[in-house]
Design a protein around this ligand. Structure first.
Ligand code: NVA
Length: 315
């Protein structure tokens, strides 16, 4: 049975630590892992727009000695032209790993059930766990330890990034405060799950409406677009709903004096974040983008090691 990375809490606290340490060491020595030597193929499928994810996976797979196979989500018509299960069974015979950006988390789970190889979530409506690995690596680089740091997530708390911050942050022992307007706060199930993980790690999860309360003394201030992919029809309503939730230099001044500002990108300057913050000295957004490659090399290598150990155990 392959392990998969479908949501942030698929890694235990110890496993997340191991993957982040591997990512940090691969950043120092980029060709030390040749886990895809052969080259072995990784199928990458994008049903939503992409820049960072496609570029960083292609580079990551190449640096691991592998072959990045692009499967055009539109041509494949997964779940429309052919069932998810049938696509999974076909791709699992061609590729050693499947990376998929899509809409429904349940479709990704179905892919994992039938693929026979590790499946990695490259963003769904519910989670963006590869981004969180890159973000946690970025925080580690700036702050050393993760445990006990306070993170303020300001904006659309009900999107994939809000959910992933709750789960990955709890796994890392962070204090995650989500400031979002009513109607855009995370589902209770994700807050409850973060608190459950926090019982082991010391993390806390709080949801509030006031961005200033969230930013107060925070070590990290993070935001994301107010209009996630697939929600373009709601753009006008969202612009109104999130008024007052922009990450401005005034908001940053309430955070710790050495706080960092994060954004997974693409960013809409003047909406969820002001230019002077995004392009200013506290911003670490380009490090986050670079760290996608290192983090994804680590999770691919880690999942393949697990798959090989399982196969050896079966022999
Ligand atoms: N919440 C955003 C993240 C983009 C990387 C979206 O889903 O569009």
């Amino acid at each position: 049975m392959s392990r998969h990375f479908l949501r942030d809490d698929d890694l235990s606290p110890a496993e997340q630590h191991e993957v982040l340490s591997l990512a940090a060491s691969l950043k120092q020595a980029p060709y030390d892992s040749q886990s895809l030597a052969g080259p072995r193929t990784v199928a990458t499928i994008y049903d939503k727009p992409t820049l960072r994810t496609q570029a960083s996976f292609a580079a990551a797979i190449a640096e691991l000695g592998g072959n990045p196979m692009m499967v055009d989500g539109t041509l494949a018509g997964i779940g429309k032209r052919e069932s998810v299960a049938d696509v999974a069974r076909v791709l699992g015979r061609q590729a050693s790993v499947i990376v998929w950006r899509t809409f429904a988390q349940t479709a990704l789970e179905e892919m994992a059930e039938y693929a026979g190889v590790p499946v990695i979530n490259a963003l769904t409506d519910d989670f963006h766990p590869c981004q969180l690995l890159a973000d946690l690596l970025t925080i580690r680089e700036r702050k050393g330890e993760l445990t006990g740091l306070a993170v303020a997530f300001v904006g659309d708390g009900a999107c994939n990034m809000g959910n992933s911050w709750l789960l990955a942050g709890a796994t890392a022992g962070l204090h995650v405060r989500i400031a979002a307007p009513a109607g855009h706060q995370p589902e209770e199930q994700f807050v409850a799950r973060a608190r459950e993980i926090g019982e082991q790690t010391g993390a806390t999860a709080e949801v509030m409406t006031d961005p200033k309360a969230a930013a107060d003394g925070a070590d990290v201030v993070v935001t994301d677009t107010w209009v996630s992919m697939g929600r373009e029809d709601e753009a006008a309503d969202r612009l109104a709903a999130f008024s007052g939730y922009t990450v401005t230099s005034d908001l940053m001044s309430l955070a710790s004096s050495d706080a960092i500002a994060m954004h997974c990108l693409p960013a809409y300057r003047g909406k969820e974040i002001d230019s002077d913050v995004l392009d200013g000295p506290q911003s670490v957004v380009w490090d986050e983008a670079e760290n996608r490659r290192h983090a994804q090399k680590a999770i691919i290598t880690w999942l393949l090691r697990g798959a090989e150990q399982t196969e050896e155990g079966l022999l």
